[in-house]
Design a protein around this ligand. Structure first.
Ligand code: SF4
Length: 540
């Protein structure tokens, strides 16, 4: 057994005095703050082209501005783990536009649409963290893209990298009739104070925040590094219950409650304290043990809260109540629903978040014609048009449906998510987006009357960008052996996962080739229907 001191040194925690980088990523961050790469992109790389980019910036610091090289087309998944990173790199980039709280106005939506059409071959994917991702971006165009985005109040700062990523918020904050608290002011406050702030630009790993008072609990607080969940205390005061240390990937853990009640005006300093603990005490030695969940797992919530109060806040937080469960099994905002002010919102579902520049223009035009111009993104790869008069909701729904943006989607369209996959992602082993779209169509055709809640989440590799462990049917991309003994694209199946309940069980031998995926899912669902008790949902 290593001694206590050896073990601490091994974790590379700054607060214990261990500042020397213990791996390449830490060294790169120590050599230069990722935020500094912006100047080099504008002054050097955009002028000199792809070949002028320093590799340490290309594969490291570019992420601080939402830029990843995409996968070179034509390299199959079997080579993903074998080739060197530079052999997988294309000369084009994915650019992630962060949309904190999912809030977009008309100018912003139209600007993203224009950028997509002009610089990204028309691509646009809504992610399950409310961002919009563009592809085929060339380094020469990045300054012009930033200029366009920033002129309407959007940016890509810390959209990726070991930083505080986009802050999730309910797309109906301030609008929903049932919400506990409108978290918009706190979300803006945290964004404006801390995003792009060098105090928090070198964290051990990515850091995900959610902040919401929505009773649907659509920001899925259980799987964020830090989440503020709207609650009302015994005195009738609205504030937040704080959850810390959630995360999925290859070692999934749900966040734990600190049991503290955070008043709205305290939210920013509690965020800074918890993020500071991660920065100072987080494990930096091994990338796969660096997320905050590992520290929380070792410390437990009581010690975590004690350190937060004593070392970071300088005062004790009041105890507070836990939130109730979500109001519905479906934590989304799809469909036509009444707002607090008597108008309506209309949530609609593209397939697996895939849209394009032209469609973004259509959506903007519809939001202008039928609503007030507000269009928000959700955490389920969907969008919501706000502020529609009741008498116009059906006309809007019909227009959206005419563009294959379903307001009353099938379960399969509504609850199937897919990550980026092999089309663009260098870590991917299999294709996901097109498979997800095909699967939706097949299941709609084969099981037209299946209408109960059922999540199908498709990932292109063992990472969990599309949250496989929390789906009823989670599909983890890998190579499998087909009936002819050939290695082909396929999926390991995880069954019975749910948010905040159990993680899906990986059952040995439960694998399917990609080609047989629709048959496989159909069989599972037909068997479930045959065997279920009355009223039992798939997740039960
Ligand atoms: Fe890429 Fe894997 Fe994430 Fe999918 S789950 S986007 S394949 S890293």
């Amino acid at each position: 057994m290593p001694s206590r001191m050896q073990r601490k040194r091994g974790e590379g925690q700054w607060a214990l005095g261990y500042r020397e980088p213990l791996n390449k990523n830490e060294e790169s961050k120590k050599n230069d703050d990722g935020l500094n790469v912006r100047r080099r992109i504008i002054d050097i790389y955009a002028k000199g082209g792809f070949d002028s980019i320093d590799p340490a910036d290309l594969r490291g610091r570019f992420r601080w501005y939402g830029l990843y090289t995409q996968r070179r087309p034509g390299i199959d998944g079997g080579k993903t783990a074998v080739l060197e990173p530079e052999e997988l790199d294309d000369r084009y980039f994915m650019l992630r536009v962060r949309i904190d709280g999912g809030r977009l106005n008309l100018d912003q939506l139209r600007t993203i649409a224009d950028v997509s059409s002009k610089y990204a071959r028309g691509t646009a994917d809504i992610t399950d963290r409310q961002n919009i991702q563009l592809h085929w971006v060339e380094i020469e165009n990045v300054p012009a893209i930033w200029e366009a985005l920033e002129s309407v109040g959007l940016h890509t700062t810390e959209a990726c990298g070991d930083t505080p990523r986009v802050i999730l918020g309910c797309p109906l904050a301030g609008i929903d009739a049932d919400e506990v608290i409108d978290a918009t002011p706190q979300l803006r406050d945290i964004h404006d104070r801390y995003i792009g702030n060098p105090d928090f630009s070198n964290l051990p790993r990515k850091f995900k925040t959610a902040l919401s008072g929505c009773t649907a609990q659509c920001t899925i607080h259980e799987i964020n590094d830090i989440a503020f969940v709207g609650v009302v205390n015994d005195e009738g005061e609205a504030g937040y219950d704080v959850w810390v240390g959630g995360g999925l990937s290859t070692n999934p853990m749900f966040a734990k409650r600190l049991g503290a009640f955070v008043r709205p005006e305290q939210a920013h300093e509690v965020w800074a304290g918890i993020t500071g603990i991660f920065r100072d005490y987080g494990y930096r030695r091994l990338r796969h043990r660096a997320r905050l969940k590992f520290l929380m797992n070792d410390w437990g919530p009581e010690r975590f809260r004690e350190v937060l109060e004593k070392e970071y806040l300088g005062y004790a937080l009041a105890d507070g109540p836990a939130p109730g469960g979500p109001r519905d099994q479906r934590r989304d905002h799809v469909g036509v629903h009444r707002q607090r002010d008597g108008r309506y919102y209309v949530g609609f579902a593209p397939k697996v978040g895939r849209i394009n520049g032209d469609l973004l223009h259509v959506i903007a035009d519809l939001a202008e014609e039928y609503g007030s111009g507000r269009v928000h993104t959700t955490t389920e790869q969907k969008m919501v048009i706000l502020d529609v008069p009741e008498e116009r909701t059906e006309a809007l729904a019909a227009e959206l449906e005419a563009h294959d943006l379903r307001v009353r989607p099938s379960t399969f369209r509504r609850q199937t998510m897919a990550c980026t996959g092999i089309e663009y992602c260098k870590l991917a082993i299999v294709e996901t987006k097109q498979r997800g779209m095909d699967l939706i169509e097949e299941l709609e055709r084969r099981l037209p009357d299946f209408d109960e809640p059922l999540t199908i989440n498709i990932n292109g590799c063992p990472n969990s960008c599309a949250r496989i462990q929390t789906a009823d049917i989670g599909l983890k991309g890998q190579l499998v052996t087909d009936a002819n003994g050939e290695q082909v694209e396929g999926f390991q199946v995880h069954l019975g996962g749910s948010i905040g309940g159990e993680f899906g069980k990986k059952i040995r031998g439960l694998k399917t080739t990609a080609e047989e995926l629709p048959d496989y899912v159909e069989r599972v669902l037909r068997n479930f229907r045959k065997g279920r008790n009355d009223g039992e949902s798939f997740a039960a």
